[in-house]
Each structure stands twice: as C-alpha cells, then as structure tokens.
Design a protein around this ligand. Structure first.
Ligand code: ATP
Ligand code: MG
Length: 266
C-alpha cells in the first residue's frame, strides 16, 4: 500500500518546546481499518504526537494528511467533520442524560444537526426517535455491549462503561479514523478486554482505523496491526507487532533490556 492510500499520515513531524525537541521528524502511517499502536517510555513524545494529529498543537515542521488532504493547519472540529474523531481520557458526561441519550446526541451530530440544538434545550426531544435512528442506536448499544445499562444515567457509571460510552460517541459520528488517548488507563483486566473487543469490531466490521496511544504494552502488542515506538522524540521502530517486539533497539529502549552486541556472550 502506498502512502497516498493511507487514511492518516504524518510526515516528518517535529515539535520544539523552546530548546527541547519533543518530536524529531516522526512519521506515522495509518491504513484503512488498521489498528495502530503508539508506544514509548515516559516523556517519549506520544501525547505530543497525539496533540499534533488531533489538531491541538501545530507542529514546528511536518505535515499531517487525512485521506490525501493536508490538514496540518485545521482545528479539531474541522478534522472531526472530515472523519477524524478522538476520545478523551476523562469522558465528559452530561448529568440528567442516560447512556442511550448520550449516543443519540452523537448520532444527531451526524444525521440530524438541525434538531440537535433544539434537543439540547428541550431534553424531551431526545426521547422522540425516528425508526432509523432507533435502529442505529440499538445496533451501536449492542456493539458496545451496553444493552443492560443503556437506560441508566451516564454520570456515575464505572470508568470502564464511561470509556465505552466515549468510544460509542466517537463511532456514532461515522469516523474513518479514531484517535484514542490511553483508552485502557484506570481499567481492570475485564474492562480492558471489553474495550478491546469493541475496538476490534469497529476496525473489522466498520473499517474504522484506530490509533492507540497506550501504556499497556500487552494490549498494544495483542491487538494492533502495526506498532510504532518512539523514544526521546525519535521513531525507533515501526511494523508488525512480532517484528517490533523482537527489535533490539526497542528491547533496549523500551522494554529495559541491554542491547546485545553481536559476538559478545551475554
Ligand atoms: N507544553 C509543553 N511545554 C514544554 N515541554 C513539553 C510540553 N509538553 C510536553 N513537553 C515535553 O516534551 C516531551 C514529550 O512529552 P510527552 O508528554 O509527549 O511524552 P509522553 O510520551 O506522552 O509521556 P508519558 O508516557 O509520560 O505520557 C517531554 O520531555 C515533556 O516534558
Ligand atoms: Mg503522555
């Protein structure tokens, strides 16, 4: 696959904070439906790259492409309208709205913007659904595995469910790429597995490409189609999980192992 077939592509991203080079000519390629993991030690530059991809930070140099369009200068909402969605580590949930109603709001962002503002003023509007909307929301709730709790208020739910709502809201707007900022942080094993299953289904069934910035290395290596490793702002490896995992530079820099010098017994 050539670079132009990529959903999302970052070319030579450099970010300088004063004298500190947080990212140094970093490249990233995200194919349609791919699940790309972005890992690296603390301070490596992951969040900085995430901020550049999502439009929160303008890079010092380099270009971000979405479906072949240069989006480097576009703010986050303009990127979202072009199909680049993101999730937040601390989901913003509205008090007084159920889980289902949160998903309806996101769905109307895509399908019925004109009704959306009226619905926000008169919450009753969220309860009047068309058949097509009900079917879309039911399918999304099923995909998220939230059927048994969908009628509950969203505020106060366990973090694992809040993350699923967040992913559901991102998927409801019909994105081609979703950027996820440490989606597993604070979740227990069971919650992490539930989230991973939803992300896999979004990639496989809907062809949504995902970029995961993650501390949970096991999660990244088990579910990603490609893994990019950055260390001190430099991309040190990129490729299939098995190849990246056994890369000596990665083992040395990220997994805390001493590099093995050929010919020298360990
Ligand atoms: N706004 C900023 N101003 C100055 N320096 C910054 C700023 N944001 C990040 N940095 C520095 O840039 C480098 C990369 O930081 P970044 O937060 O991107 O790393 P990270 O890989 O996300 O780390 P972590 O795993 O701890 O979340 C660090 O040295 C950090 O101190
Ligand atoms: Mg970070």
């Amino acid at each position: 696959m050539t670079g132009t077939d990529m959903r999302l592509r970052a070319d030579g991203i450099t970010v300088q904070f004063g004298g500190l080079t947080a990212l140094d000519k970093v490249d990233l390629e995200v194919a349609p439906g791919a699940i790309c993991g972005l890992v690296g030690p603390n301070g490596a530059g992951k969040s900085t790259l995430f901020a550049v991809l999502s439009g929160l930070l303008r890079p010092t140099a380099g270009t971000v492409w979405l479906d072949g369009e240069d989006i480097t200068g576009l703010p986050t909402p303009a990127r979202a309208r072009r199909g680049l969605a993101r999730t937040f580590q601390h989901p913003e949930l509205f008090s007084g709205l159920t889980i289902r109603e949160h998903l309806i709001l996101a769905d109307r962002m895509r399908y019925n913007r004109r009704r959306l503002w009226g619905d926000l003023v008169t919450m009753g509007g969220l309860r009047r659904n068309t058949k097509a909307e009900r079917e879309r929301i039911d399918a999304l709730i099923q995909q998220l595995g939230l059927g048994p709790v969908a009628g509950r208020p969203a505020v106060g739910v366990p973090l694992g469910i809040a993350r699923l709502i967040e992913v559901g809201r991102a998927l409801a707007v019909g994105p081609s790429v979703v950027l996820l900022d440490e989606p597993s942080s604070g979740l227990d094993r069971g919650e992490t597995e539930a989230l991973a299953a939803v992300l896999r289904s979004a990639s496989e069934a809907q062809g949504v490409a995902l970029v995961l910035v993650e501390h949970d290395v096991d999660l990244v290596f088990s579910m990603c189609s490609t893994v990019t490793v950055i260390d001190f702002g430099v991309r040190i490896a990129c490729g299939a999980p098995a190849t990246v995992r056994s890369d000596p530079a990665v083992r040395a820099a990220y997994l805390g192992e001493e590099p093995v010098t050929p010919g020298v017994p360990a």
